[in-house]
Design a protein around this ligand. Structure first.
Ligand code: NOJ
Length: 871
């Protein structure tokens, strides 16, 4: 879109007024947000056919006001969308968070996304998804506002990286797809968010004085990194998508025709509905034309005044002809079809909890000044035995970074001294801070909307005490002034933390991103480790952290024998850790990001947040494809601990062969044409379809889709006169497109998922003492001499073995698809296999991005197993 309609739309009293546009701020040359119109209709993919035909039957009976009503939330604090109750279409309850059911009682506080990613375990990731889906269903929600894959984790300081699964597109993609599958199999619609480029929190939002920052992303980087997890999510049929707060290449994501219409709906063939992130809706007509289907929570970006850019405005815009009726029909059909697709028309429970109070009774109209009181909470317990899954995820995510001289595991007979307030639950209670916006006690999750209430928090000190009742606990983050000299046999365990979250809260000077002390541990944790290591000869450091830390001031200290990252363990922080510390289980977590020696081992574009600018802050992704290990490998910078690193108490051998499956061509075979989509009348509906029902009791601050008779009539008069007054964006068209070559199915051309190679990997536990699980990571190296610059190695698949006893083996299989071997060609606008003509790719297999060996290609008899690792 060439123009943004600024916040004028927020206060505009009619959609024609919202056509007042101002030139948007310039972005650096080369970063383009090309117009893409019209919004592609949904319904052309075979697997959605039944849902769409049911939706078509229902939508064709809806009045204009019923249609516009279900495209918007009814206002902040009310949580839900509008309904079409006359036809049995309910208000939909959309609920955070990515790690469970937020703002609700009797739920499980699962480990965060980053922790889940660190398991590198597809079965566990899926099981967590199933459990989250069951809890959402039990609480009566319709839409789970997760998983989060944007931010991708480009900036180590980024505030919300922990909600996603790690700084790699394939790790994010596979984890998101499995989560979506698990959730949606329970009849809950999952939401892939935030589309796209929301890699820092600062300046993320549009407000009346300043636009949100512009993430300037080139086409290839968009496709190969940031879009990859969205494509995989669409491929498994995700039902909804949420746009990001920020802009991309100068256009706000909530009204970005290229991203929503072009990329998501046409290239990726997304069949569900697209919602705005909360209060990021800044235009009426523009966002509708750009492909947005739902405005949440319904208000303009200044809430609680009873204003919306849609609802009554959208009714008016359809009557006056600014928004073609077929766009509204498509918005509504997408929402209704998704509801049918996940069986929510049959016995779907209605919400049985309130996000606004934990009391049984509360305000029935929470945003109104005067409201009747009634029962709002039914205290339905949905936890079942999900603590077991939560604990297994927390445990199998624990990442052993260092274990000098195989110091760990500990014996329960050893003398233990525990330091650090993070060993114990916050004495004020685990939920004492709203949205977990404080860092006090055990850190099980970051802060913001991506949290859940703890039903309890099993803290490390309790679990350690169960095994070692005599453990000494120094509940302090400063080394005690007077501390008796420990004996050489005393072992110190030091707990440190680092927190981050959403920009809506500032915690200890960090306004979302970790912007105060870079990657230092909070509460002088690094100093605590150093001081303890001065006195004790054996120190174990346990970190509860949202992301990488700067470990340099102590990690090489010979007294520091072991370092464990718990990541963000959720409610099961205690037993999961004790099982590892005392050797009941070998650690099997792996780093979902790299830990560098210095923050500026990354380029400025990654290492630093974009600060204040007059006008729009520009966050230019100048490093392109080179984030995390891709950058470090390219620049030959050895990290402290590489992406994928994670030790075990035992050791493994790997033996892999490559089995070719599908012979590839340069580009995927031509896509099939789109299937049929619902057909409705395109006549402007009668104004009476938008009149207020007689005697209707309006509640202040609630948002409605009806109009006063005079307003509806005059809008209709403009509409049928056919006088097009709306200032349509450049490139605007109403003619449906056949869709790009790279499209053709959910996620893109279906041939992108053809398996090119299978790689069975036989893993053997070569240790003598401990059982353990091995992570098998598969990285691709593109052939030499191809006309594309590619990162040296890139993760493409992963598997995890079962628990292998000493001497035991298991064969797991990783797979490489056409897409895994392709690059995005910006000229051809398609995925290209640069080595299809016989050039040799190398498949690297191993436990970490810096500990790899090549798999052998058996059909030619050529085995390159001895080749030196590339990094
Ligand atoms: C804003 C957050 O960015 C988003 O992730 C969340 O789902 C919504 N608020 C709703 O709370």
């Amino acid at each position: 879109m060439a123009y943004r309609s600024l916040v004028l739309g927020a206060f505009a009293s009619s959609s024609l007024a919202a056509s007042v546009v101002t030139p948007r701020d310039p972005v650096p040359p080369g970063f383009v947000a090309a117009p893409y119109y019209p919004a592609p209709y949904g319904g052309w993919v075979a697997s959605w056919e039944e849902a769409y035909s049911k939706a078509e039957a229902l939508v064709s009976q809806m009045t204009l006001a019923e249609k516009t009503n279900i495209t918007s939330g009814i206002g902040i604090f009310m949580g839900n969308t509008g309904s079409a109750e006359r036809l049995g279409f309910p208000r939909l309850c959309l609920q955070d968070s990515a790690l469970g059911v937020s703002s609700a009682d009797n739920v499980t506080a699962f480990p965060a996304g980053i922790t889940t990613g660190a398991t590198f375990d597809k079965k566990l990731i899926y099981a967590r998804g199933v459990a989250i889906g069951e809890e959402h269903r039990g609480k009566g929600t319709n839409v789970y506002l997760g998983p989060s894959v944007g931010p991708l984790g480009r900036k180590p300081l980024g505030g919300r990286n922990w909600e996603g699964f790690g700084s790699d597109p394939v790790l994010q993609a596979k984890a998101a797809a499995l989560t979506i599958k698990g959730v949606q199999e329970q009849g809950i619609i999952a939401t892939i968010k935030h589309l796209i480029g929301n890699e820092q929190e600062m300046y993320r939002m549009y407000n009346p004085f300043q636009p949100g920052y512009s993430a300037n992303i080139d086409d290839r980087t968009l496709h190969e990194l940031y879009l990859w997890p969205f494509a995989e999510s669409v491929h498994v049929g995700v039902g909804s998508a949420m746009t990001a707060y920020n802009a991309v290449n100068g256009s706000a994501c909530s009204q970005h025709s290229y991203l929503i219409n072009g990329i998501l709906k046409d290239e990726l063939g997304f069949q569900g509905f697209v919602m705005s992130d909360w209060l990021s809706h800044i235009s009426g007509v523009d966002s509708a034309l750009a492909g947005l289907d739902m405005n949440m929570p319904g208000d303009t970006n200044i809430p609680l005044f009873g204003f919306s850019n849609w609802h009554y405005e959208l009714s008016s815009s359809v009557l006056n002809g600014s928004v073609p009726l077929d766009r509204l029909n498509d918005m509504v059909t997408r929402i209704v079809a998704t509801w049918y697709k996940f069986g929510q028309d049959k016995d779907h429970p209605r919400p049985n909890f309130s996000s606004n109070t934990r009391e049984r009774d509360g305000l029935l109209y929470p945003a109104a000044l005067l409201s009747p009181i009634g029962q709002v909470n039914w205290f339905v317990n949905v936890q079942a035995d999900h603590y077991l899954i939560a604990r297994e995820v927390a445990q199998d995510a624990i990442t052993l970074l260092k274990n000098n001289g195989s110091f760990l595991p500990l014996a329960t007979s050893q003398s233990l001294h525990v330091f650090g307030t993070a060993a114990q639950v916050n004495p004020d209670g685990p939920n004492a801070c709203m949205n977990r916006a404080c860092n006090k006690g055990t850190l099980g999750m970051g802060w913001g909307s991506g949290v859940a209430d703890y039903p309890y928090l099993d803290d490390p000190i309790s679990a350690i005490r169960k095994r070692v009742p005599g453990v000494k606990f120094f509940n302090t983050d400063s080394f005690p002034w007077f501390h008796p000299t420990p004996s050489p046999d005393d072992i110190a365990i030091v707990f440190i933390t680092s927190d981050a979250g959403e920009n809506s809260f500032t915690v200890e000077g960090n306004n979302g991103d970790r912007n105060s002390a870079k990657l230092a541990a909070w509460h002088n944790g690094d100093e605590l480790v150093r001081k303890v290591a001065e006195k004790y000869s054996s120190v174990i450091v346990v970190a509860q952290t949202v992301g990488p830390l700067d470990l340099e001031s102590w990690v090489d200290n010979p007294a520091v024998k072991g370092v464990l990252f718990q990541h963000l363990p959720g409610q099961e922080a205690g037993e999961s850790l004790a099982n590892i510390l005392f050797g009941d289980v070998s650690p099997s977590g792996h780093l979902p990001y790299s830990i560098t020696k210095r923050a500026d081992d990354f380029p400025d574009s990654i290492a630093n947040l974009r600060g204040f600018a007059f006008g729009q802050v520009q966050d230019t992704f100048s490093e392109g494809l080179y984030i995390d290990y891709r950058w470090l490998n390219k620049e030959k910078i050895k990290p402290r601990f590489a992406f994928g690193h994670g030790l075990s108490y035992t050791s493994f051998s790997f033996d892999a062969t490559i089995e070719p499956v599908t012979q590839l061509s340069l580009v995927p075979p031509p896509r099939a044409p789109k299937g049929p989509t619902p057909v409705y009348s395109t006549e402007i509906p009668p104004a009476s379809e938008a009149y207020w029902p007689t005697g209707f009791n309006r509640i202040w601050r609630y948002l409605y889709s009806w109009l006063d008779k005079s307003d509806a009539d005059s809008a209709y008069a403009i509409g049928i006169a056919g006088v097009k007054k709306y200032n349509y964006p450049s490139g605007y068209s109403t003619v449906q497109k056949p869709g790009p070559a790279a499209g053709g199915g959910e996620g893109g051309n279906p041939a992108l998922w053809d398996i090119a190679f299978r790689v069975p990997v036989t893993v053997k536990n070569t240790g003598a003492k401990f059982s353990g699980r091995a992570s098998v990571q598969a990285y691709i190296q593109y052939p030499e001499g191809i006309p594309y610059d590619t990162p040296i190695v890139q993760l493409r698949d992963f598997e995890k073995t079962k628990v292998l006893a000493p001497g035991e083996s298991e064969t797991v299989t990783v797979e490489l698809t056409r897409k895994d071997l392709s690059v995005w060609d910006v000229e051809l606008q398609n995925w290209v296999v640069p080595g299809f003509d016989g050039k040799r790719y190398t498949v690297w297999i191993g436990e970490a991005s810096d500990r790899l060996f090549t798999a052998c290609y058996t059909d030619t008899g050529v085995c390159e197993g001895g080749k030196a690792p590339p990094v």
